[in-house]
Design a protein around this ligand. Structure first.
Ligand code: PMV
Length: 321
């Protein structure tokens, strides 16, 4: 059997992170410039059921049965077994590679799961429907982030800009006019689960203040959707800036993120904000083609360890298998 590979993109949240956990709307877009890629091949001389996992970037080289059951790869593969109705896999080697920085708000965990599930099911000749892939990726997020909204696994599974409300059917966003984002990485890892748990504690301590912030962030996501879907993405700047201020008030920004956001604005970005869980990880800046180079240079000068440029368009979908 020939080897089978599947890839999944990273993602960036445009509006509404954290508020989305509390059922307010949010907007996220795939970032195809960074990818997780999983390759599955047969192990010809190994006994049936022996699955070898290789992920050199995280120094993982392990048999599946040696992983803890709550390991993200173990949960993802258990999900594939359940979805396919099989009790064990044939002898496989599964290679995992990713250019998505870990714990940085770009969806690295969800992308690895989506690529893993598609590659393994594809190798077995039983590709799964997007809804099944999405459900398995969500179950992994639940074990690792406590109370995820589901936005990461959704935008990554469907590889389309989405308007997302927890518990509601997925709405793909129409993007009649494409736009460009620069994504600046602080280089500081910040696990999402810890920040989400901290916001929950603050919300419990000050429910009225946090409800008002979540409500305002949700209203921004709604307004952002309107501007995007009516072909006016160049007007999104003030909404990005306002959303960043709300995230600061929620206590999830950091001096590094604020510095990159300020540098992008000063260099001519139309607007900028942190993106994802916060306290580290990445920020995004909306740029015109004319300002892109100077904003990129300013982000690097302000300490960004890397800057990724991504163009958001409705037909961004790239083949995943
Ligand atoms: O995985 P991250 O860091 O992009 O964060 C996801 C966005 C949050 O709203 C903070 C959490 C969630 O589950 O929606």
């Amino acid at each position: 059997m020939p080897a089978i590979a599947a890839s999944a993109p990273g993602k960036a949240i445009l509006f509404g992170e954290h508020a989305v956990v509390y059922a307010r709307p949010a907007i996220a877009v795939p970032v195809t410039q960074v990818q997780a890629r999983v390759t599955v091949s047969a192990r010809l001389r190994a006994p049936a059921g022996e699955v070898m996992l290789l992920a050199p970037e995280i120094q993982l080289e392990s048999r599946l049965d040696a992983l803890q059951p709550e390991h993200p790869l173990a949960i993802g593969l258990a999900g594939v077994r359940a979805a396919l109705g099989i009790t064990r896999f044939p002898a496989l080697t599964i290679r995992i590679q990713s250019t998505i920085p870990v714990a940085s708000g770009l969806g690295s965990g969800a992308a690895v799961t989506v690529a893993l599930v598609r590659a393994v099911a594809g190798f077995l000749g039983q590709p799964l429907a997007d809804e099944q892939v999405n459900a398995i990726a969500f179950s992994v997020e639940q074990t690792h982030h406590g109370t995820p909204s589901g936005i990461d696994n959704t935008v990554i599974t469907y590889n389309q800009p989405v308007y997302f409300v927890r518990g509601q059917p997925i709405e793909r966003l129409a993007v009649p006019a494409a736009f460009t984002l620069l994504i600046g990485d602080t280089g500081v890892q910040s696990p999402t689960g810890a920040v989400v748990a901290d916001v929950r504690a603050r919300w419990q301590a000050e429910p009225d203040r946090y409800e008002a912030l979540f409500q305002a962030a949700g209203a921004i996501a709604q307004a952002g959707r309107y501007l995007i879907e009516t072909g006016r993405p160049d007007s999104l700047g003030p909404l990005l800036d306002n959303n960043h201020q709300m995230l600061q008030e929620m206590g999830v920004s950091s001096p590094d993120l604020d510095r990159l956001v300020a540098a992008a604005r000063q260099a001519g970005a139309l607007g900028a904000k942190l993106s994802g869980g916060g306290r580290g990880g990445n920020m995004i800046a909306l740029v015109t083609t004319a300002a892109a180079d100077s904003v990129r240079l300013a982000l690097t000068a302000a300490g960004a360890v890397r800057v990724v440029s991504t163009r958001v368009a409705a037909d961004d979908r790239t083949p995943t298998v």
